[in-house]
Design a protein around this ligand. Structure first.
Ligand code: NDP
Length: 246
């Protein structure tokens, strides 16, 4: 029996750094074809080139997940080139923490647009193909913050709670189409995410929490675990964090 990863067509948003990039590398090593989406086209072009150089199959499509047409174009391109989409990983996200009374309304809007609407657009772009195929797997990225709210994290945590709710609703609705759904909720992982914090004092606090951060391939292995189960097993949620994290 194969690993249920080799030969799969996998679309990943937020593939230009951190968890998305690590996942693209890991799945490519295991024989998946990866379709990389992010705004920083230079980075995903370079990654696609590197993976192709290692005998992988990869393409890059510049994508801003706040624009539905661009997310649709990402998925349509995958299907035009490879004939189908097996896995959609809605990973793009940002975390500009701040206390509510600082009224960082632009940051709230960006988090809602990327962390919630971006996930919805990914679902909207992939679902019609998967329903037609009567197979597929949608993997959404939540967070420990989807389970636990801390000071300065209310809006980010709200977006990640929303991802949990969307994922559970999706799971219940898409079963008849043989579509699997997984939501992955990581703790602190060493990526560029803390750079999205715009308030200097909050950034200092986040940096302290991230001193115990674990490598991004921890997330990639969680994705591979969910994908590699037999098709009649749906890993609904994975919650993990650094052993030392609260
Ligand atoms: P990074 O900052 O390293 O990566 C974020 C990715 O999201 C980048 O590839 C970025 O690409 C992409 N992105 C941001 N905005 C947009 C946009 N508008 N359109 C398309 N892509 C966008 O962080 P992580 O890898 O850590 O974050 C990935 C996910 O993991 C996020 O959803 C985050 O909330 C979640 N997470 C991370 C944890 C951690 O500790 N690292 C813990 C729990 C959850 P580009 O800028 O090129 O568009």
């Amino acid at each position: 029996m194969g690993n249920n990863i080799a030969g799969k067509i996998v679309v990943i948003t937020g593939a230009s750094s951190g968890l998305g990039e690590a996942t693209a590398r890991h799945l490519s090593e295991q024989g998946a074809t990866v379709v990389l989406g992010a705004r920083r086209i230079d980075r995903i072009n370079a990654l696609a080139k590197e993976l192709a150089g290692n005998e992988g199959k990869a393409i890059a499509v510049q994508t801003d997940v706040t624009q539905y047409e661009q997310v649709k174009n990402l998925v349509d391109t995958a299907v035009e080139k490879y004939g189908r989409i097996d896995v959609m990983i809605n990973n793009a996200g940002l975390m500009p923490h701040s206390p509510l009374d600082r009224l960082k309304i632009d940051d709230w809007d960006r988090m809602i647009d990327v962390n919630i609407k971006g996930v919805l657009y990914g679902i909207a772009a992939a679902l019609p193909y998967m329903q037609k195929q009567k197979s597929g797997h949608i993997i959404n990225v939540s967070s420990v913050a989807g389970h636990k709210v801390r000071p300065a994290s209310a809006v980010y945590a709200a977006t990640k709670h929303a991802v949990l709710a969307l994922s559970e609703g999706l799971r219940q609705e898409v079963k008849p189409y043989n579509i699997r759904t997984t939501v992955i909720s990581p703790g602190a992982i060493d990526t560029e995410l803390p750079n999205s914090v715009t308030e200097p004092d909050i950034a200092d606090n986040v940096r302290k929490i991230y001193e115990i951060a674990i490598p991004a391939d921890s997330f990639a292995r969680a994705v591979a675990f969910a994908m590699s189960q037999p098709d009649d097993i749906d890993v609904n949620e994975i919650l993990f964090r650094p052993t030392l994290q609260e």
